[in-house]
Design a protein around this ligand. Structure first.
Ligand code: ZN
Length: 152
């Protein structure tokens, strides 16, 4: 039912983390941040911290988070897959990474028990999570399925 082209969505900037209000039909037109003038859609994962995560988690665009740590071997394997799949969803979901070693408060807040764990959040709600390494194809399929459930 989203035929209204004036529909606005809240989208946090991946560079300065300021929340922008963007018309839904402009998402595909390389919108820029009103504050820092950088691209709002990049296709690269954003590094989330205790300071900036709220702006993204509460956005209207779903957030796909890779919880990882530098000491975790499987995370090193999965990291490049995650970066590879991110641009395939650039206009539909914000891909983000949380380093649970630096940001252990976030790891605890989201009850991450093993890494890598990928979880999808939308407007501060957790929608789905999957622990363990997925291939790029599996990750793509899983994210696609979750986004379709959300109608995103
Ligand atoms: Zn910005």
């Amino acid at each position: 039912m989203s035929t209204d082209t004036q529909e606005k969505m809240i989208l946090a900037c991946p560079h300065c983390h300021k929340k922008n209000r963007v018309a839904a039909d402009r998402i595909s037109q390389q919108p820029k941040c009103g504050q820092c003038k950088e691209a709002l859609i990049t296709g690269s994962p954003v590094e989330l911290t205790i300071a900036n995560h709220k702006a993204h988690m509460s956005s209207d665009m779903p957030v796909v988070v890779d919880f990882w740590a530098p000491w975790c071997g499987p995370c090193q394997q999965f990291g490049p897959f995650f970066e590879q799949v991110a641009p395939q969803f650039a206009e539909r979901a914000r891909f983000a990474k949380i380093n649970t070693q630096n940001e252990n408060v976030l790891g605890q807040r989201y009850a991450v028990r093993s890494i890598p764990t990928v979880a999808v959040f939308h407007r501060d709600q957790e929608i789905a999570r999957q622990a363990g390494v997925m291939s790029p194809q599996q990750l793509h399929q899983w994210v696609e399925q979750v986004l379709q459930q959300l109608g995103a």
